[in-house]
Design a binder for this molecule. Structure first.
Ligand SMILES: Nc1nc2c(ncn2[C@@H]2O[C@H](COP(=O)(O)OP(=O)(O)OP(=O)(O)O)[C@@H](O)[C@H]2O)c(=O)[nH]1
Ligand SMILES: C[S@@+](CC[C@H](N)C(=O)[O-])C[C@H]1O[C@@H](n2cnc3c(N)ncnc32)[C@H](O)[C@@H]1O
Ligand code: SF4
Ligand code: SF4
Length: 339
């Protein structure tokens, strides 16, 4: 008996009954920074010709929304280095309240001062800005670019434009470890939520991630010896688990792929700038949506791709950072998959 063809708007549900409602869409693999935990100084970027056009990114997003995706995060590389970014936000913003609950972005903030107003006007309400340190020299060493003042200006501009800002910081032993409490105080003092992230072994970088890996269970214990942390029920749709801190009056999230696996509740997939759908951040499994989109029968080909992706999405990642010299879990850099 022949199986019936996959339907054009079947919800995205994987083999483990996890429903996919969150798309992380990487709009470019390029970046104006070179964060040492993310990529090497001499990073090779994709030829522009391989990257999806704005119209293709939009069309693909609509296919995801038709299948039950309610949250789209634009990411990269650095999304704001792509020139037509605001146009994409404007186009997708029209789906807010009409299938889409949230359209948001993760950015390094270097270009936010220029774009915050346009992004807010186009429908963004909330934005995550990556900021690992407030020390200008440490920032310049870590990101290999001396642009901390620009990032701080960007964050201020986002707030002025009415965007809710969440600060993301990768916790790094010997780099920002001692600064974590003051970074949290600063973020909360500015009215921003904040999230700490464990470094993940994705893609080759210069140096050994083991040297700077900082488990967040230890960071949490340290913060508990200083402040009153109360577990919060707040959820932002991503993997963070939050606490409220009485003394700073703010919320702090922990993203713990290594010390507290959260794959059971996975609700997301990611698409690269070349239209490759990766079912898991920590896996090699992918399907080629660009080829489907450019085929003679895009609707049928995409339906098949989505069915295959849901059949193949893996249960969990197998990241470990447990000894010097470990190899990355996958060769792909975080900047390719968009985090
Ligand atoms: N291992 C793993 N890490 C993830 C996943 N999703 C996001 N992250 C990591 O979490 C960090 C923060 O991601 P963000 O781009 O701020 O997105 P988010 O945490 O979903 O954001 P919220 O919507 O504010 O919850 C990045 O370093 C991501 O790589 C995931 O599915 N698996
Ligand atoms: C890949 S970046 C893309 C968006 C933007 N360029 C930025 O930095 O916000 C998304 C997030 O991934 C984080 N990240 C990058 N490499 C990482 C790694 N190896 N482990 C954990 N987080 C990482 C960054 O700190 C950032 O918060
Ligand atoms: S973390 Fe973001 S800003 Fe830093 S190098 Fe990677 S993509 Fe660029
Ligand atoms: S590592 Fe893979 S399975 Fe786990 S939460 Fe992330 S995408 Fe989902």
């Amino acid at each position: 008996m022949n199986a019936s063809p996959p339907s054009a708007d079947a919800p995205l549900i994987d083999r483990f009954a996890r429903r996919i409602t969150y798309l992380r869409l990487s709009v470019t693999d390029r970046c104006d920074l070179r964060c040492a935990y993310c990529m090497p100084e001499r990073m090779e970027f994709l030829p522009k010709a391989e990257v999806l056009s704005l119209e293709e990114l939009h069309r693909l997003s609509l296919h995801f929304i038709a299948r039950g995706v309610r949250k789209i995060r634009l990411t990269g590389g650095e999304p704001l280095v792509r020139r037509d970014m605001v146009d994409l936000v404007r186009a997708l913003g029209r789906k807010l309240g009409d299938g889409l609950d949230e359209l948001t972005m993760t950015t390094n903030g270097t270009r936010l001062a220029e774009f915050a107003g346009d992004l807010a006007a186009a429908g963004l309400r909330r934005i995550n800005v990556s900021l690992d340190t407030l020390d200008r020299e440490a920032f310049a060493r870590l990101s290999r670019r001396d642009v901390l003042p620009q990032v701080l200006e960007g964050i201020a501009a986002a707030r002025e434009a009415g965007l809710r800002v969440k600060i993301n910081a990768v916790a790094l032993k010997g780099i920002n470890e001692d600064e974590i409490p003051s970074l949290v105080e600063w973020a909360h003092g500015q009215g921003h939520d904040m999230t700490l992230i464990e470094v993940m072994p994705l893609g080759e970088v210069e140096g050994d991630r083991f040297d700077h890996y900082l488990p967040l269970d230890a960071v949490r214990r340290n913060l508990e010896s200083r402040w009153t942390l109360t577990a919060s029920d707040a959820r932002s749709g991503g993997p963070a688990r939050y606490v409220d801190i009485a003394e700073t009056g703010g919320r702090l999230g922990f993203i713990t792929p290594l010390t507290g696996n959260f794959c059971d509740g996975c609700n997301r997939v990611r698409v690269t700038a070349t239209g490759q759908l990766y079912m898991c951040l920590g896996g090699e499994g992918r399907v080629d949506l660009r080829a489907a989109l450019r085929s003679d029968d895009p609707d049928g080909a995409l339906a098949e791709c989505f069915a295959r992706a849901m059949g193949e999405k893996q249960e969990r990642h197998s990241f470990v950072i447990d000894r010097p010299g470990g190899v990355p879990a996958v060769s792909r850099h975080m900047s390719t998959t968009g985090g």
